[in-house]
Design a protein around this ligand. Structure first.
Ligand code: ATP
Length: 293
C-alpha cells in the first residue's frame, strides 16, 4: 500500500528574532501560515532499510535529507524493527528560500509513517520527534495560522485567516538560514523580540490592519544584498499586491492579492523576468491520502 501527502510550504506573516541564547539558538516570535504550494511525498513499506528518491537531483538522498532523517528517527523512537520504507519526494517548493521546504517534508514523513504503522506512539511524541529535527517541523505538521515562539516550536494556533490569493516569487541564489542569522546578529546585537500581541487574527479586518501587523526583521539585512528578491517584491507591489513581504530568511517573497486575476497577471510578469512564481492560497496543514497503484 502506498500512502501520500501534500506537504505545504509556510510563509511568515510576522517574524522577529531575539538575541542568540546559551544553547546557540535564537528565540523567535513568528506568525506562520501554510500555503497551497506543495511537495508531494509517497511512502511504501519495505522489508528493511530506508530508501529515498527525490525529483530534485541537487538534494541529498541520505541522512542529510530531512525527509530521510525523519524516517530514521521515527523508527528509532517508536521502537519499530524489522521494517523499512521507501520514500519518493517530488519537490515543488523552492529550496533554501525561507519556505520551510525541508521541514514540511520531514513533518509529512512523520505523519505518513505514523499512519502507515498504525499510530505506534502518541501525537505529542510524534511532534516531539519533529521538534528535534527542526524548530519549524511541528508547525509544518499542524499548519494553518499560528503564533510560534521559543525556537519556533512553541505553537499557539490562531483563528485561521480567510482564504487569501497569494503569489510566491523566488529569484537569484538561495539564502543560507545560518548566514542570515549571522547578519542579524551583526546588525542588531542584543535586541529582544517584539511580541506581536496584535496578531490576534480575529482583529485583522482590513488591509490596513494587515499592513500594520506584518513584519519580517530579515528583510532589513537580506533585501539590500539580494537584488532579485527586492526586484520580485517591487514587481509584486507594482502588479497590484495589497501587501508584499519576504518570507523567513528569504529570498522568497510573497504578495497578497484581492483578486485571483490580478495575482495571475503578477505571476506572468514575474516569470517574464526569469523569476519562479507560483499562484497559491492560504491553506491548512498536510493532506494525507491513499495512493492506489
Ligand atoms: P529553513 O527551515 O532553514 O528556513 P528554508 O526553508 O530556507 O530552510 P529548505 O528548503 O528547507 O530551506 O533548505 C535548507 C537546506 O536544507 C538546503 O540547503 C538543503 O540542502 C537542505 N535539505 C535537506 N533536506 C531537504 C529537503 N527535503 N528539502 C529541501 N531542502 C532540504
Amino acid at each position: 500500500m502506498q500512502l501520500s501527502a501534500l506537504a505545504p510550504a509556510k510563509i511568515n506573516l510576522f517574524l522577529d528574532v531575539g538575541p542568540v541564547q546559551a544553547d546557540g539558538y535564537h528565540t523567535v516570535c513568528s506568525v506562520m501560515q501554510t500555503v497551497s504550494l506543495y511537495d508531494t511525498i509517497t511512502v511504501e513499506k519495505t522489508p528493511s532499510g530506508i530508501t529515498l528518491q527525490c525529483s530534485d537531483i541537487s538534494l541529498p538522498c541520505d541522512e542529510k535529507n530531512l525527509a530521510y532523517r525523519a524516517a530514521l528517527n521515527f523508527f528509532r523512537e517508536s521502537g519499530i524493527e524489522n521494517a523499512g520504507v521507501s520514500i519518493t519526494l517530488n519537490k515543488k517548493i523552492p529550496v533554501a528560500s525561507g519556505l520551510a521546504g525541508g521541514s514540511t517534508d520531514a513533518g509529512a514523513v512523520l505523519l505518513l509513517l505514523h499512519r502507515l504503522f498504525d499510530s505506534p506512539i502518541s501525537m505529542d511524541a510524534l511532534l516531539q520527534i519533529g521538534g528535534n529535527l527542526g524548530a519549524d517541523v511541528p508547525f509544518c505538521m499542524t499548519g494553518g495560522t499560528a503564533l510560534c515562539r521559543g525556537r519556533g516550536e512553541v505553537i499557539t494556533p490562531l483563528t485561521p485567516l480567510k482564504p487569501i490569493h497569494m503569489v510566491i516569487a523566488r529569484g537569484g541564489a538561495g539564502v543560507s538560514t545560518p548566514a542570515a542569522y549571522h547578519m542579524l546578529d551583526a546588525a542588531y546585537g542584543k535586541k529582544l523580540p517584539a511580541k506581536p500581541e496584535d496578531w490576534d487574527t480575529q482583529h485583522i479586518q482590513s488591509w490596513n490592519d494587515m499592513h500594520t501587523a506584518m513584519f519580517n526583521i530579515f528583510e532589513s539585512v537580506v533585501l539590500p544584498i539580494h537584488k532579485e528578491a527586492s526586484a520580485c517584491k517591487k514587481i509584486l507591489e507594482e502588479a497590484g499586491a495589497r501587501l508584499a513581504m519576504m518570507s523567513g530568511s528569504g529570498p522568497a517573497v510573497f504578495g497578497i492579492f484581492e483578486s485571483e486575476h490580478t495575482a495571475e497577471l503578477a505571476v506572468t510578469k514575474l516569470q517574464a523576468t526569469g523569476a519562479t512564481a507560483f499562484l497559491c492560497k492560504t491553506c491548512t496543514g498536510p493532506h494525507i491520502f491513499y495512493n492506489k497503484k
